[in-house]
Ligand binder design. Structure first.
Ligand code: AVJ
Length: 387
């Protein structure tokens, strides 16, 4: 059994034994299931799942313990990104010019729910278009991706989309990986309940930092599932490196099913990130609420405005929070001055043509195998094989 560790952030990929110095913190791998199964309405499957709730913080000498946990039909491995790194990244981001905060911090509990709500807005076409593609082509996908595979989903969120694949694909195991631990636990337990034949191994971690997936049996094919055009959050260089990491983790014989938003008319794109109900605005502003709550900061949320637009030269949607007046903000004992009109850049969402994306995938070590898209050419779903 090979441990696989991939540091997306630092863009290094390691396979085999995890070297000692890559341990991110002290080992903690303990059963914390006790006392978690009192909820009256919890189903037997969920109670069983809770009983096998493990806490894991990366380290190499606990690989065997994790493997044992993974042999059960449901396991959960939280490795919560530290509060320290959040504070540090926010302070660094606000000290830079232009100011920016990484979009991964959108997804606290409220942020994850707001994102789910964005996906239901009429202007936000990616989710429903991709879901329709998954439903329509699940059978075809199952002909190119191996059944009995280990299906790994980085950034699994509510684990909603994978439901359209599981019956057709019949993977041996499903491995959702997400930064939002509470949300992940609920979603993964839901999958474990609804697909009793499926092994579910949930990993709570920051996929842009490092991912340790020690439980992929060497003989099993790994298939990555990366829907939602999450790849669009990376600059093209970083996207290539991230895809290369996915190729390394996946290994020979494996593949990647990835959803990629397509370049299109700027009006359609602008509308998708400026929904009339203001959900995207609330999602963007929630970042400041989270910073206030978790980092004892004092952003006046009413004094910042959501701003999103398509930057056609860069081929990306940009989201910003714009200060509406001159103001001073305190974060972690430091003060930051904002003039009216000053921006905090909170997200990029890159769009690709099918050819552009396939070229990127090739550079990352994948061979394009199939691509599906809708009649309006809004969204694409690629199956790539590890070359
Ligand atoms: C989760 C990164 C795919 O870029 O469309 C939606 C996030 N931001 N509305 C996207 C998002 C604002 C979304 N991704």
């Amino acid at each position: 059994m090979a441990a696989v560790l991939c540091q997306f952030g630092k863009i290094t990929c390691l396979t085999g034994e995890v070297p000692e110095q890559t341990c991110s913190s002290a080992v903690a791998c303990r059963d914390v299931g006790e006392g978690r199964e009192q909820e009256a309405e919890a189903s037997p499957a969920r109670i069983a799942a809770r009983r096998r709730y493990y806490q894991m913080i990366f380290c190499n000498d606990r690989v065997s313990a994790m493997t044992k946990a993974a042999a059960e039909d449901y396991a959960f491995y939280p490795a919560v990104p530290g509060e320290e790194s959040f504070l540090q990244e926010v302070i660094e981001g606000l000290s830079r010019q232009p100011r920016s905060i990484p979009p991964k911090y959108f997804y606290d509990r409220r942020g994850s729910h707001l994102f789910e709500s964005i996906c239901e807005q009429p202007e936000y076409y990616p989710t429903r278009t991709e879901t329709a593609l998954l439903k329509q082509y699940a059978g075809e996908i199952a002909t190119v991706a191996a059944s009995d595979c280990h299906l790994i989903e980085p950034g699994s969120g509510s684990c909603g989309k994978v439901r359209h694949l599981l019956d057709a694909l019949q993977p041996a195991a499903y491995v959702p990986v997400d930064i939002s631990c509470e949300f992940l636990e609920k979603s993964a337990a839901g999958i474990a309940d609804d697909y009793p034949w499926l092994d579910v191994h949930a990993v709570c971690t920051d996929i842009t930092d490092e991912v340790s997936l020690p439980f992929i049996p060497e003989q099993a094919d790994a298939v990555m599932f990366y829907p939602g055009s999450s790849i669009g959050n990376f600059d093209p260089e970083d996207a290539r490196a991230f895809l290369a990491c996915l190729a390394t983790i996946t290994g020979a014989g494996g593949g990647l099913l990835i959803g990629v938003d397509l370049k299109k008319d700027a009006d359609i794109l602008d509308a998708a990130y400026n929904d009339a109900n203001g959900v995207t605005a609330a999602f963007n502003l929630n970042l400041l609420r989270r910073i206030n709550r978790e980092l004892a900061a004092d952003f006046d949320i009413g004094a910042f405005a959501h701003h999103a637009f398509y930057n056609s030269a860069s081929g990306r949607i940009e989201m910003h929070l714009i200060s509406e007046r001159r103001q001073t903000v305190n974060v972690g004992g430091q003060t930051f001055e904002f003039c009216a009109g000053d921006s905090i850049h909170t997200e990029n969402s890159y769009k690709y043509t099918i050819d552009e994306f396939q070229a990127l995938a090739r550079q990352a070590g994948f061979a394009p195998c199939r691509v599906w898209s809708d009649n309006d050419d809004l969204f694409s779903l690629h199956y790539l094989q590890v070359a």
